[in-house]
Design a protein around this ligand. Structure first.
Ligand code: NAP
Length: 305
């Protein structure tokens, strides 16, 4: 029998992955927070994925973190701020050859997880797929996209990419995953905080061209300084392209704030500012953006970390 996929976190991406793996007949287990959540999940009868208006339910077996079953392949689908503590609870269950796939946006959480479980191979992912929850244990597949996977310390692709093929999860093994993650972080830093502060859709930033350009220049400087020159190439052009192509959309940070949810700021803009400080790089506009965003989040009673 093939190695089971343990999926940690039954949110949007966790459900999207678990449902597709289960649909392909692969063994999947869903790890939820605690017994209360497990009872709620079991009462629902499985995970429901809504795709092109069609809902399908998959009876993926659920378990709590203290289930004794060993874990060899773990998909970490929590938010960046939950990943380290959620994985730490599972550390005693990881086999000596365990592999973790980290779906978190931004940077910082991947290193924190890897430090917690030094025996495991940690593979980072960068995804353009989009999904959202429209109920408990129910997820809408909103945007088809692509997932790049890679391991900065070990370029050889894992054998389980075949499972992703079987599950029809569009993916590619990347030998420059760090560059991809930095590029995505820079795009996020140039767009998402401004959409929150200007209270607008992505397209609204077309009216703040100079502010965006100044941020792009500082972000490019940061990418150069931390050894990611490829991620800095034509950054402003791509930011402008994304603003134009997604003009009608609300950014993920905008949506988090609008729904009174904690943002992943520490792993996005916060991470950029921390790394700049570590390199003694003075990026006044980026720092000011961070301060404005923190003040704004506090004024709404939201966490700023
Ligand atoms: P989400 O819907 O909030 O799901 C996170 C899940 O993690 C929740 O179900 C939460 O449980 C669970 N969780 C947290 N701590 C846990 C623990 N200790 N044990 C078990 N479960 C735990 O988040 P998401 O939208 O899927 O995002 C996950 C990551 O993917 C983020 O970094 C995000 O930026 C990135 N991402 C998301 C998308 C997207 O379209 N959604 C696209 C690209 C990247 P509860 O249900 O109990 O709260």
């Amino acid at each position: 029998m093939s190695t089971p996929w343990h999926v940690l976190g039954a949110g949007s991406l966790g459900t999207l992955w678990a449902a597709r793996l289960a649909r392909a007949g692969l063994p999947v287990r869903l790890i939820v927070r605690d017994v209360t959540r497990l009872r709620s999940y079991e009462a629902a009868g499985g995970l429901t994925l809504v795709e092109q208006g069609q809902a399908s339910t998959y009876a993926v077996p659920g378990q709590t973190p203290d289930n004794p079953e060993p874990i060899r392949r773990l998909l970490v689908a929590c938010k960046a701020y939950d990943a380290e503590s959620a994985v730490a609870r599972l550390a005693p269950r990881l086999t000596t050859d365990a592999e973790l796939i980290l779906l978190q946006n931004g940077l910082g959480s991947q290193d924190a997880v890897a430090t917690r479980v030094p025996q495991a191979r940690c593979i980072s992912a960068s995804s353009t797929e989009g999904a959202f929850r429209d109920g408990d244990w129910r997820v809408v597949f909103a945007g088809h996209g692509f997932t790049w996977l890679g391991d900065a310390g070990h370029p050889v692709a894992p054998i389980w990419l075949d499972d992703l093929e079987a599950a029809r999860i569009p993916h590619e093994w990347s030998t420059d995953i760090l560059t991809r993650l930095w590029r995505k972080l820079a795009l996020n830093c140039a767009i998402n905080p401004l959409t929150v502060l200007h209270n607008c859709r992505n397209g609204g930033l077309q009216e703040h061209h100079c502010e965006v350009a100044t941020l792009c220049a500082e972000l490019a400087e940061l990418l150069q300084r931390c050894g990611q020159p490829a991620a800095a190439e034509n950054l402003q052009q791509e930011v402008e392209r994304v603003i134009h192509a997604t003009a009608a959309n609300y950014s993920s940070m905008y949506q988090d704030v609008a729904n009174q949810r904690r943002t992943e700021i520490s792993y996005l803009l916060g991470h950029a500012c921390t790394v700049a400080a570590r390199h003694q790089l003075n990026l006044p506009h980026l720092n000011q953006l961070q301060q404005r965003l923190v003040t704004h989040l506090h004024s709404l009673g939201l966490p700023s970390d």
